[in-house]
Design a protein around this ligand. Sequence first.
Ligand SMILES: [Zn+2]
Length: 220
Amino acid sequence: MEKSYSHPYDELLTAYSAGSLPLSQALCISAHLEHCDGCASKLKRLNRVGSELMQNLRPARASATLKQKLMERLDSLTEEEPEVNTEPADASIPRCLRQFIDKGYASLQWKRVSADIHSVELCRDSNGAKVELLKIKAGGSASTHTHLGDEYTVILEGSFSDESGLYRQGDFLVRDETDRHTPVATQDRECICLAVTEGPVQLTGFFNRMLNPFLRRGYA
Ligand SMILES: [Zn+2]
């Protein structure tokens, strides 16, 4: 497998290690880690540093109530841990996404966004961020767009290029609201991406601008 070369920055990995990322961003990091040995080993080091820091905290600082709450939380986590299907029909799907995709990408209810793009929403984060899969047909283009918040993308299948370069399976990208970009899938095969958007997407082409009010109301 080709190795990914676009990675989450260190602050994101540190926040992931500390468990302080929103679920939607954590899903993107998890999906990337399944493709990237470099980030996986960096995460192991961060986890080790984190647990050493925890061990060095003086126990007297944690009140009895806090300890009890923590223990209860740990118990509930163990009990609530969902059963993960370890043998899905499509083993190329990242483990962290198998709770949403149990029978392969083809079984999902894809909705047509444009001639080149289909999408399916996987979930909404409690902060309102949308977690979805985007499928761009081989050689197809996603409209030039910006967004009101950050957009996180992990390439799950295929590859695409935009104004910044070529991105392949496992690559992790963050675009902020100042970025305008037009991803184009490579000609050889369709491209499937995990995408998390914090705010509504804004298309920036002339006709697309006319469509925007509909997009904002959720008609598209
Ligand atoms: Zn990486």
